[in-house]
Design a protein around this ligand. Sequence first.
Ligand SMILES: [Zn+2]
Length: 298
Amino acid sequence: MMSKGLFIRLLTLLAVAAGCGQGAGVDGLQVLRHTREIVRHGPHPPGSEAQRKAGEYIAGQLEALGLEVDTHTFRPVTPRGRLRMTNIRGILPGRDERVLILASHYDSKFYDAFEFVGANDGASTSGLVLELARVLVQDNPAGLTLWFVFFDGEEAVGEWSSADSLYGSREFVKREKNRGNLRKVGAMILLDLVGGKDLRILQEGYSTPWLNKIIWNQASRLGHERIFRSSGRGSHIEDDHLPFLRAGIPAVDLIDLSYAHWHKPTDTLDKLSGPNLEVVGAVVLASLPEIARQVKRK
Ligand SMILES: [Zn+2]
């Protein structure tokens, strides 16, 4: 028989142990679990049943965290006709009503010639945004209101052009502008293709310099220069941050286009690194207080 004192000590130990994998930081394994769920039903381009299920999973996870979830379905004209697309947003109110967005796209690109699930191209960063939401629900150091946003239709349906790409983020910016919410958005952090094993992130060319600076400073403070490379600026990459930049919102795209399996059938779960996703998550978290200070100053 166990004494009462020992029983209580055991309970405490169990509580601490349970907290270990689910602690204050980003858990790479948890990111990979979400990623697996998002690609579970195979290729999931806009309008597909698999994409509807991926969206349901994401919205369900946000709801389970107690967030207010808002989904918006729209049907833009594409080279494959009108397609049903759905943006998803989880809202975490902060002490301050000014908003910081953490975002990823969750669609996979259409390919007729082969199966493409986009494990890293969309799914891994959607998993990372879900995991960031879990951590930030426990403790939101920025104090800003946080929007966790999942865009549909980032990929071109045919050939990439300004009309055939970024459907979800363009729609999101347009809609929030019409609703008068855009002026509350102080900054946007976009994650794309940061789950690879040989991860190298350069400062993307369109991104707002002060956001890049804060993030790279934190990366170097935490000793992650091997991933967040400081050797010059990367190229200019068109991505879901562009509609925000065009609307005058500071935005940064953390992206590694040197990923060897980019837009290839080999972009599958086995190419991902939980530890690298964890590093990117940790750097983003560490950057939030300073980003919030900047946003409040403006
Ligand atoms: Zn892509």
